[in-house]
Design a protein around this ligand. Structure first.
Ligand SMILES: [Zn+2]
Length: 493
């Protein structure tokens, strides 16, 4: 993942603002700090924290849900096999999934050992760390390490989180501009798995001009380096009504109904946006160049997806698309800017070549049909003949059909008695190569009799109606062997 982006080294003290006179961050280390005012939410740039274990238990996987799997809002890493501990800490820098932002992954140093945190989830109002127990340790021994009151140092996968923060803060900026400049509410959004572009869903399509204007405006604010801060207060204070979100942007996701942390949290982009959210957000828009993919996908009449990229994922995307373009330019032996014109030429040439092949095939089919007719005249009576061809086209059967059609079109063939077998095999044959056979004639009974013999003696899979029969043969077609079976079938008519 690309990380060549300058960061402010630490979160400014003005980032986290408790706007209620009564809200306190629990200092008692026996108590777990609720989601909403966790260290990861107070200081998104803090990479490691010394804290204390509050409780731990062995994870009991829930029974597999019956029926179809529901659509998962946030992609979480799969839990590995083997025992998992659910660990509750006094405080944490590991973000539990929420607000459309996926879980952090990380580690907890406890009892002189680094324990892998594979997921972190909010249970009610608290962040539960899913800690992997290595094979060499029993779950009971692991539980002793995570006894209540034990010291623990928690840290997280910074690159994963930095990517998530870059895109989440960018989404707030993007949604705010869509709403205030174009009156387009964000219906939902997705922080997709790295490195795919993320998207917001809006209720209508957007023009190129609209997309460009939103992107320009966003990047003007990025250039200014607008500050971001967080305001928190109690969900329901005794002395007043529920905090009002007046002036706040309606968000795609409301507060989860099972959230019991009691904290109301609003993310503020200075002069641009106020949005209730639990995510970890960068302290400024600095270096969050926003790139909107210049097209939208209409999912339905009322939902359109607009894709966006920012931060390290944008750089990864540019690197990947450049590599794709450079690979195409290499194949076409041209410079990168010439690729579209060269591809257009190649496609055009291909169309012309396809047409020429079709014309030449038509002509060749006519010649083969004429040869068959000449043989017919020479035969004097009924013509029963087999012609085998070697042909590497994937449409070999269509070509055999073209020969039979050309034969039947000839005036000279009308009223005559004939049964003709055409077969075709590729030039390089193996046990899995496919050969095709076509039978046609003036007498339906003879054609079907030959078809039945091909099926019975050569294992050709096929069928037909009236005076036409065709099928496929898998394996190696040998002139003396398979051809001989056909000669026999024709001779027995
Ligand atoms: Zn958010």
């Amino acid at each position: 993942m690309a990380t060549a982006i300058l960061l402010s080294p630490s979160t400014p003290p003005s980032y986290h603002r408790i706007v209620s006179p009564t809200l306190q961050i629990p200092a008692d280390t026996n108590v777990s700090i609720p989601v909403g005012i966790l260290a990861c939410q107070r200081d998104p740039l803090l990479r490691s924290l010394d804290t204390t274990v509050v409780s731990a238990s062995v994870h009991q996987p829930p029974p597999a849900p019956a029926g179809k799997k529901g659509k998962k809002a946030v992609l979480a890493p799969e839990l590995p096999a083997g025992p998992i501990l659910e660990v509750l800490l006094h405080d944490t820098v590991i973000f539990p999934e929420g607000g459309g932002q996926p879980t952090d992954t990380g580690s907890i140093k406890a009892g002189e050992k680094d324990w892998q945190v594979v997921q972190c989830k909010r249970h009610g109002g608290h962040a539960i760390h899913y800690v992997r127990v290595p094979e060499s340790i029993t779950a009971d021994d692991a539980l002793t390490v995570f006894a209540p009151g034990s010291p623990a140092t928690v840290s997280f996968d910074w690159e994963r989180r930095y990517d998530h923060m870059s895109l989440h803060t960018s989404q707030h900026l993007l949604s705010a501009l869509l709403e205030t400049r174009l009156q387009l509410p964000t219906l939902s959004w997705s922080l997709t798995t790295y490195p795919s572009p993320c998207y917001v869903e809006v209720p209508r399509g957007m023009t190129q001009e609209e997309i460009a204007s939103i992107q320009n405006e966003a990047n003007r604010l990025v250039f200014e380096g607008r500050q971001v801060h967080v305001e928190v207060q109690e969900m329901q204070r005794k002395d007043e009504a529920k905090p009002s979100d007046e002036g706040a942007r309606a968000s795609g996701r409301g507060l989860p109904s099972d959230y019991t942390g009691g904290v109301h949290r609003v993310i503020v982009i200075d002069g641009v946006d106020r949005n209730p959210c639990c995510g970890t957000h960068l302290p400024s828009l600095h270096n969050l160049q926003l790139f909107l993919l210049p097209h939208t996908d209409a999912l339905s009449r009322s939902t359109t997806r607009l894709y966006f990229l920012a931060g390290p994922r944008l750089i990864a995307h540019l690197a990947a698309t450049h590599a794709h373009l450079a690979a195409a330019a290499g194949t076409l032996t041209c410079g990168l800017p010439e690729v579209p014109a060269r591809v257009a030429t190649v496609v055009d040439d291909r169309k012309r070549a396809d047409k020429r092949v079709a014309d030449a095939e038509g002509e060749l089919a006519g010649h083969i049909a004429a040869e068959l007719l000449a043989a017919h005249s020479a035969a004097g009576g009924a013509l029963r003949k087999h012609v085998h061809r070697t042909d590497d086209t994937p449409g070999a059967l269509a070509f055999l059909t073209a020969i039979s059609a050309a034969f039947e079109r000839q005036e000279a063939a009308k009223g005559k008695a004939y049964t003709i077998v055409l077969s075709s095999s590729p030039s390089a044959q193996s046990a899995s190569s496919v050969c095709v056979v076509s039978v046609f004639g003036s007498d339906e009974k003879e054609v079907q009799a030959v078809g039945a013999a091909l099926r019975a003696k050569l294992g050709v899979k096929g069928g037909g109606r009236g005076p036409k029969w065709s099928g496929k043969f898998t394996g190696v077609w040998k002139p003396g062997r398979e051809d001989g079976v056909i000669e026999e079938a024709l001779a027995s008519l």
